[in-house]
Every structure is written in structure tokens, then in C-alpha cells.
Design a protein around this ligand. Structure first.
Ligand SMILES: Cc1cc2nc3c(=O)[nH]c(=O)nc-3n(C[C@H](O)[C@H](O)[C@H](O)COP(=O)(O)O)c2cc1C
Length: 315
């Protein structure tokens, strides 16, 4: 231990260097009233059986309720729930007044909003100095695609930098460079590198990207007018014009059916060949990742597309 004048404070500060999420644990007291406390001591224990733990200060007003109810729920808080965290960190407040909740599977209060939820049967209680360690067997859980509330050094961690000035860690403003921690750089580089073999294949087949995108669009939806194709591709930066569409028709890639453009025989063949080529590359790449990583990547990319698409909140 430290020799300083106040070793307890130093100990607490040292513990604070461990960054955590923030949870609210809830249960019912002997009268069936909801009780809850903010807790950052939550942790996973075991996958099989599914066990989690957190520790409760012995001087907490909620102690008897948690030690006697036989069940508790742990809500992992989302970044937007800082105020709720503060409310449940104040002893004796009417904590549930402004929270939407209902009784969960075992009776513990369950909030409508959370980043994740674990409903537990209290399995063990251990002495832990001035805390009691509660181990719960998870009977059900739920996880949502939400940024978590984070706690470090005795305070909530700010979310990502919002302005260009604050984005200094990823953009070297002085030298006009960006580091490889810059999300947009990583997205662009991943896009360029994964699409390069396909773009080379297209060039070998005498196709430009606008033509390929037009074929891809018509494979999903046809017939389409020239304007409709252009409108659907406008966000990709590869919008065909009238001239390109008539050149594609002349090459036998598309045909004008009278009610709009559709794939022509050689257009369909070329598109399918290129698609199969891309799918084979994707399969090779996927071999280097777990199914979970692939699923997570797809989820994040779909969300980015949603957020940055036309009418999206940051389009
Ligand atoms: C971010 C944060 C994390 C906390 N973690 C814990 C914890 O793990 N265990 C605990 O007993 N109290 C923890 N507290 C303090 C309790 O939330 C606080 O003492 C609460 O008022 C207890 O409520 P009660 O006395 O009404 O039961 C934490 C507080 C904050 C703000």
C-alpha cells in the first residue's frame, strides 16, 4: 500500500483507473416496493452456468432488499442514461418516479430502456469487507445496439469528439494528415482494397463502375426509367447519364423494353460473373473472421448506411 497521508483516497483513485460501464441493479423489498442502486462493480463470472456478480456497499439502504429478495436485475446503461445513473446513486430518493419499468421474469423491476439487461436469481452472497458480493444466475438477458455509458477516474467518460477541433487525436490538423484511427479513413481504405480486384475484373471485361452499378441496380429492380436508375444510384457517386445508358444498350448490356430499362442477355451474364467473383473474394476474406465478427461488422455497416443515407440524421 502507499505511504501517503491518505492511502484510502489513493487506493480509491487507483481503482478508478479501471474503466467500467455503469449499471443499475434492481430488486423488490419486503413490501414489494422497487429498489435500485447504481453500480459499476458488475462483472461476468461464468458462461456455463451463466453467472454474473456485483458488489453492494453494506451501508446501502437497499442492502436488506437485495440480500433477502432472492432475485435482481442488472441494467447496463446506455450513454444517454447518465441522469438515471445519478438518480440511482443518491440514497433514499424516489428513484423509480420517472422511470418506465415493469416486473421481470422473477419479479425484479426491469427498465424499458437499457443497453443490456440481465435478470438473475441470487445464487451466492459473499463477505467482501465493507461490501457484499452478490452472484446471480442469469435466467434471461437482452442486449441492444446502444453506445454504453462509461465511467473512469471518478467521472463519466465523454462520448466521441463532436467537432473538428476536438477530433485532434484522429486528425493531425497541423500537418493535414489523418491517422489510421480515423473511422472514415478505415472505411474508405477497406472499401477501396476490397473492391480493387472486382474493379480490375470489370476493366478486363470492358466495363466502367457506372455500368456495373447500373447492371446491379437493374438486377434488383426492373424495368426502370433512366431517371429512376440515376436517382437510385445518386448516393453512390456512380450515376449513369442518358448517353451511358444508350451506349450500354448498344453494347447489349441493357435493353429498353418500352416501359423502362432492363438487363439484356450479355449484361445479365457479365453481372453474374462479376458477382460470383466478388462472392468468392468475400468468402476468402470471411475465413479470417469468426461468424460473430462478421455479424457485428454487418450490423455496424448497416447502421452507418442508415445514418448517412438520404434523410438519415447525419446525411
Ligand atoms: C458510477 C457509480 C458507480 C457505483 N458503483 C457502486 C457499486 O458498485 N456498489 C455500490 O454499493 N455502490 C455503488 N455506487 C454508489 C451507489 O449507487 C450509491 O451509494 C447509492 O446511493 C446507494 O443507494 P441506496 O443507499 O439507496 O441503496 C456507485 C455510484 C456511482 C455514481
Amino acid at each position: 500500500m502507499s505511504n501517503s497521508a491518505n492511502p484510502q483516497v489513493e487506493f480509491r483513485n487507483a481503482l478508478g483507473s479501471f474503466a467500467t460501464g455503469v449499471t443499475i441493479a434492481t430488486t423488490l423489498d419486503v413490501n414489494g416496493e422497487p429498489v435500485g442502486v447504481t453500480a459499476s462493480s458488475f462483472n461476468s463470472v461464468s458462461l456455463d452456468p451463466p453467472l454474473v456478480l456485483w458488489s453492494l456497499a453494506k451501508n446501502s439502504l437497499s442492502r436488506d432488499a437485495f440480500c433477502n429478495s432472492g432475485h435482481f436485475a442488472v441494467h447496463v446503461l446506455a450513454a444517454s442514461q447518465e441522469e438515471l445513473s445519478n438518480r440511482f446513486a443518491r440514497s433514499g430518493e424516489d428513484k423509480f418516479a420517472a422511470v418506465e419499468w415493469a416486473k421481470g421474469e422473477l419479479g425484479s423491476p426491469v427498465f424499458t430502456n437499457h443497453a443490456a439487461l440481465f435478470e438473475c436469481r441470487t445464487k451466492h452472497q459473499y463477505e467482501g469487507g465493507d461490501h457484499i458480493i452478490l452472484v446471480g444466475e442469469v435466467v434471461s438477458f437482452d442486449a441492444r445496439d446502444e453506445a454504453p455509458l462509461l465511467f473512469h477516474g471518478g467521472r463519466y467518460v465523454e462520448r466521441r469528439p463532436r467537432s473538428a477541433g476536438e477530433a485532434g487525436q484522429t486528425v493531425d490538423i497541423e500537418h493535414g494528415q489523418f491517422s489510421d484511427d480515423f473511422l472514415f479513413y478505415l472505411l474508405s481504405r477497406a472499401h477501396f482494397q476490397t473492391s480493387l480486384p472486382t474493379r480490375r475484373k470489370l476493366a478486363e471485361n470492358g466495363l466502367v463502375m457506372e455500368e456495373y452499378m447500373t447492371l446491379a441496380m437493374l438486377s434488383m429492380e426492373a424495368p426502370l426509367s433512366g431517371d429512376a436508375v440515376a436517382q437510385r444510384l445518386s448516393l453512390t457517386g456512380h450515376t449513369p447519364d442518358e448517353k451511358l445508358l444508350s451506349e450500354m444498350a448498344a453494347k447489349g448490356l441493357v435493353q429498353n423494353t418500352g416501359s423502362g430499362f432492363d438487363l439484356a442477355e450479355s449484361g445479365r451474364k457479365l453481372f453474374l460473373e462479376t458477382l460470383a467473383f466478388g462472392k468468392a473474394l468475400e468468402a476468402d476474406l470471411a475465413d479470417h473472421f469468426s461468424n460473430g465478427e462478421i455479424a457485428d461488422t454487418k450490423r455496424v455497416l448497416r447502421r452507418i448506411i442508415e445514418l448517412t443515407g438520404e434523410g438519415g440524421p447525419i446525411s
